[in-house]
Design a protein around this ligand. Structure first.
Ligand code: MN
Length: 421
């Protein structure tokens, strides 16, 4: 479906609405009268799937799954059920449906709903798969001649992150403390991070598990992915620079990772599939893509100082990535590592070729050497206390958008030194 599917929910038909009938993203919401359950965004509303199922209007073959405060049950049921659910909800909401009168009372205005984590995290892995980002950061950290590590063009490199620190959009993030050692410091010191940053990423949510000892192909990996979220991998650059060799980021990335509250199902993104860029060197067969596995998703980051107005500091596109989530997932299983329902894979920072396409403040300010201006005249190199960072994304169809909602977080000042003698 590459044109707007009209719904009797009028707000869903607006060309600037990110939640048309074509989208049906999956979230978990609560209201003042009832606790968290599954819902799908449609126009200015959340469709209350938990209660539609409880009242027999929606029927899934595996028992009640939608009254739960997470999507893992649906995810684990597999792609046939995902398609069945989308078909049932589409039939309920499509223009001319004879179900309108029965369904209307299950629409909750978005501004009356509190959004929660849409799924229960199993594990979280973060990759480093944008050519432009890796080149920029490598140049700053190691020099232009060593920018791309020797493995980079052959495997999507990554590290195992912390599922425990993944939070939903709207959660405040506290500036972290950590061990740092600047180029002019004779010894390391314990300090609040002075170079706190974002990473603009997309997260792939694994719906179908894989077995221990069984590597999956790129095509199989693609079929395992339930959907995608916006992801902000908050990063303390000063802590990272000191700790990262040889085992990679650790505490610098473990303060928090924010995700958007809506999982956009792969089915909604089908019309926007696009191929990864040409390979600089051929990949080994197990990482070759059988078809296009990236998506054309426009992305942006806004920075809003405390009480001030927002400046869009970055505009880029997911299509800039060198490796797709399917390649990353296939690579992840290549040693026999099992993947679980609810695993989350961060794409890596999504930067493009232009300065305005840089998906982190580290790159935008070139390591803090080139402050950039906000619309109110302030400048930034890294995040200041009480700044709010907001990620947005959408795929653009003919007369409609597939929106991801927002992934936002405010950075609170660091605590007083927690270890003063
Ligand atoms: Mn990252």
């Amino acid at each position: 479906m590459t044109s707007l599917q009209r719904s009797w929910v009028e707000s869903a038909n607006r060309p600037d609405c990110g939640f048309p009938l074509n989208n049906l993203p999956c979230g978990v919401f609560s209201t003042t009268s009832q606790g968290p359950r599954c819902g799908m965004a449609i126009g200015d509303f959340v469709l209350d799937l938990g209660n539609l199922e409880a009242h027999g209007i929606l029927r899934l073959p595996y028992g009640l799954l939608l009254g739960l405060p997470f999507w893992n049950g649906v995810m684990a049921a597999g792609p046939k059920l995902w398609a069945d659910l989308r078909a049932q909800v589409t039939a309920l909401l499509i223009e001319g449906s004879d179900q309108q009168a029965a369904v209307e009372k299950y629409l909750v205005p978005l501004d009356a709903a509190t959004l929660h984590m849409p799924f229960t995290l199993s594990e979280y892995t973060d990759f480093y798969a944008s050519y432009h980002h890796a080149t920029n950061v490598g140049t700053m950290f190691r020099g232009a001649e060593n920018a791309l590590p020797p493995n980079w063009l052959h495997i999507p490199i990554g590290y195992n992150g912390r599922a425990s620190s993944v939070v939903v959009s709207g959660t405040d993030v506290r500036r972290p403390w950590g061990q740092v050692k600047g180029p002019n410091d004779v010894a390391p010191r314990f300090a609040a991070s002075a170079r706190f940053d974002i990473e603009l990423e997309l997260g792939a949510v694994v719906g179908v598990p894989s077995d221990s000892g069984h590597p999956v192909s790129v095509a199989q990996a693609d079929a395992m992915i339930f959907g995608y979220v916006l992801l902000n991998d908050w990063s303390a650059r000063d802590i990272q620079a000191w700790e990262y060799q040889p085992l990679g980021p650790f505490q610098s990335k473990a303060t928090a990772t924010s995700i958007s509250p809506w999982i956009v199902m792969k089915a909604a993104l089908e019309p926007f599939r696009t191929a990864t860029p040409p390979r600089e060197v051929p990949l080994l067969p197990h990482l070759r893509e059988p078809g296009p596995m990236l998506y054309d998703i426009a992305l942006e980051v806004g920075l809003t100082p405390d009480g001030g107005q927002e400046t869009i500091i970055c505009r880029t596109n997911y299509a800039e990535m060198y490796y797709s989530a399917a390649q990353q997932l296939a690579h992840h299983t290549s040693c026999g590592c099992p993947m679980n329902v609810g695993d989350l894979l961060g794409s890596g920072t999504i930067s493009g070729p232009l300065k305005e396409n840089r998906g982190s403040l580290l790159e935008l300010s070139w390591g803090g050497k080139e402050p950039f201006a906000l619309t109110d005249g302030q400048t930034r190199c890294f995040i200041e206390d009480n700044d709010t960072l907001t990620l947005r994304g959408y795929a653009k169809g003919q007369g409609y958008l597939i929106g991801f909602g927002t992934c936002t977080g405010k950075v609170l000042p660091a605590l007083e030194n927690p270890f003063t003698a």
